[in-house]
Ligand binder design. Structure first.
Ligand code: TRP
Length: 428
């Protein structure tokens, strides 16, 4: 077995910040490729989609897998049971999560930072995964949370999206995010196109002045055809990881505020931004952000792909009706079961490949029920149609509950979250 290259411990050069993704790109037909702009598990010689190899990705990115010991420490320090995403390896990797736990233990301040690139009117259930987890972290840590709506990013990245479009997307997506249940007293949501300026822009420029095109090309897989906005945006996503970007929350005493770190819950494809941020943070006299990464909810078509907002049949949308959910799962959900009922009874199904089972691991809270389904399906006692029924019911319930909460999010509620104001949290 090849020795694992070291993770980016302080004092060591971060691993593969420049070449990992570029190397992967040399064999696009066989290797997985994960950047903020492309997620694919790769394809085998027969053209079959391969599932994303998350352990390999963690090694290549130089992050660390979340170990049972770390979960135990998390539960001990917070006094709360680990979220089902952590228990089930959906939130699976991290960078220096221990540092945040140390601070929580000592009552020292930190904040959560996450974001959304508003690129369509409607979010799907895959988008809600990192936000559901972020809500759990906010409830657990009782700390401030900032949510970036990177409308600038989506505008600069897509020729099809106008500034007017982004305004609609920001508002609609913000309603979706708010419906997840973030505490309004502790949460600041901002649109880059509106909020950038002042202290935040100072940090963006300080970061931008340290990033070379070479670094970005390697880290993000960009080339000379990417526009300058895409290059510059890397500094914007990074700079929100510094507390001094938010004087209305943390005050404007830089020597004190500089040392407040953040924890960034995000899907693993966003890691390259923060690797680059961590590379520069200490030289800029800030603390490196900590990260906690989730895997992707697979598309209906199966592991190896992620849900796409532009492919209706790939995803269950938060606006779907119960009937649409039923139809999509029955018609499109990739099955790990056998072709016939007899064969299924004899050989059983493959829960690793089975999309309905995968969705249940994400959304079904009850561990015992999940274990029962796994056993029954793998042994052939449960048929493909039956597991699909269970999945349909669970997804219908999740989406209906979400829609009920979203109906309560008025324009005034949205405006409250976007207001620049102090937040109230433990120790504030
Ligand atoms: N770039 C992300 C996207 O396209 C949005 C984003 C901005 C983000 N800041 C973030 C995601 C911080 C996670 C954490 O969706």
């Amino acid at each position: 077995m090849a020795a694992h290259p070291p993770a980016d411990e302080p004092g060591q050069p971060p691993k593969l910040t420049t070449n990992a993704l570029a190397e992967i790109a040399h064999h696009p037909s066989v290797s997985q490729r994960i950047t903020p702009f492309e997620v694919s598990g790769g394809v085998d010689e027969n053209g079959k989609l391969l599932p994303v190899d998350y352990d390999k990705l963690t090694r290549e990115f130089g992050a660390r897998l979340i170990t049972p010991q770390l979960i135990e420490r998390f539960e001990k320090v917070t006094g709360k049971r680990a979220h089902r995403f952590i228990r089930r390896g959906i939130v699976f990797s991290h960078r220096e999560l221990e540092k945040i736990l140390d601070r929580y233990e000592k009552g020292e301040p930190f904040y959560l930072y996450t974001g959304r690139g508003p690129s369509s009117d409607s979010m799907h259930v895959g988008h809600s995964v990192p936000f559901e987890f972020t809500k759990y972290l906010q409830d657990t840590f009782d700390c401030p949370l900032v949510i970036m709506m990177s409308d600038d990013e989506k505008f600069m990245h897509s020729k099809k999206i106008t500034i007017e479009d982004t305004k609609r997307f920001v508002k609609e997506n913000a309603k979706d995010i708010i419906a997840i249940g973030f505490d309004p007293a502790k949460t600041f949501i901002f649109s880059n196109l509106r909020y950038i300026g002042g202290a935040f822009l100072e940090n963006i420029c300080a970061m931008a002045s340290r990033i070379t095109l070479n670094q970005i090309k390697g880290t993000f897989g960009f080339n000379d055809s990417n526009n300058v906005g895409e290059f510059f945006f890397c500094a914007i996503q990074s700079a929100a990881a510094f507390a001094t970007s938010f004087p209305h929350i943390f005050g404007d005493n830089p020597s004190k505020v500089r040392t407040i770190p953040c924890l960034i819950p995000c899907a693993i494809d966003q890691d390259p931004y923060f690797r680059q941020c961590r590379d520069n943070a200490e030289q800029m006299k800030f603390k490196k952000p900590s990260l906690i990464h989730s895997i992707f909810l697979p598309a209906l078509q199966g592991p190896g792909s992620k849900m796409s907002a532009s492919v209706d049949s790939s995803a269950i949308f938060l606006t779907d009706t119960p009937n649409q959910i039923k139809k999509k799962i029955n018609r499109f959900a990739f099955s790990g079961g056998q072709d016939t009922a007899e064969k299924q009874r004899e050989l059983g199904g493959d829960t690793k490949a089975d999309v309905p089972f995968q969705y249940l691991t994400f959304f079904l809270e009850d561990d015992e029920e999940l274990a029962r389904i796994k056993k029954a399906y793998e042994s052939g006692e449960m048929l493909t149609g039956e597991i699909k029924q269970i999945c349909i019911k669970e997804m219908q319930a999740y989406v209906a509950d979400f829609q009920a909460k979203r109906a309560l999010v008025t324009e005034e509620v949205v405006a409250d979250y976007f207001k620049q104001r102090p937040l109230t949290y433990r120790g504030s």
